[in-house]
Design a protein around this ligand. Structure first.
Ligand code: GAR
Length: 188
């Protein structure tokens, strides 16, 4: 069995989609969700899957021994960031080389970096009059959105698109591709 830990800070639609996809898998299991936000929607979403949610604060996150102990309890083969907004500390990247991935709602390196998440990204894409956007799934290093790309999917945009319609298009790409990319990585 390959174990996935998901890190999420918000609504958790990606976490739910991943949990749903692997619900009956005999080879891949979502073993825990870690969240830095006690009010995150992801906590409710995980209830029906009986997936434990571990809530942590900045101090716990900075405490290498404590945090690694918590993570290692679940013996992860892959850590998946799905709308997780804190930078991943160096100790975590070093402990899990090429085992932490993130999804970003744009075609990196465009529209990435600190503060570029959710609607901020779609607003920036609209403002830049882009004719296409997409998703980037990439390995995580200790800088925002800079690790090696694993997968991209694109969607075209027209001048009639709004930040909201861009968000809808991105959401569809995320739902269609993220679990399958994860499955591919864990099948190697
Ligand atoms: C997703 O669109 C994800 O790509 C984005 O946050 C959203 C989380 O939605 N991540 C970033 O912007 C990271 N920079 P969700 O909580 O419903 O899965």
């Amino acid at each position: 069995m390959k174990n996935i830990i998901i890190f999420a800070s918000g609504s958790g639609s990606n976490a739910e989609n991943i949990a749903q996809y692997f619900k009956d898998s005999i080879t891949i299991k979502v073993v825990a969700v870690f969240t830095n936000n006690a009010l995150a929607g992801v906590i409710n979403r995980m209830e029906k899957f009986n997936i434990p949610c571990i809530i942590f604060n900045r101090e716990e996150y900075k405490n290498e021994t404590l945090f690694l102990n918590k993570i290692n309890t679940f013996e992860p083969d892959l850590i998946v960031l799905a709308g997780f907004l804190w930078l991943v500390p160096e100790y975590l990247v070093n402990t899990f080389p090429n085992k932490i991935i993130n999804i970003h709602p744009a075609l990196l390196p465009k529209f990435g970096g600190k503060g570029m998440y959710g609607m901020h990204v779609h607003q920036a894409v609209k403002q830049a009059k882009e004719t296409e956007t997409g998703i980037t799934i990439h390995y995580v290093n200790n800088r925002f959105d800079e690790g090696k790309t694993i997968f991209n999917a694109k969607t075209s945009l027209t001048e009639n698109d709004t930040p909201e319609s861009i968000a809808t298009k991105i959401h569809e790409l995320e739902m269609a591709h993220f679990p399958r990319v994860i499955e591919g990585l864990l099948s190697n």
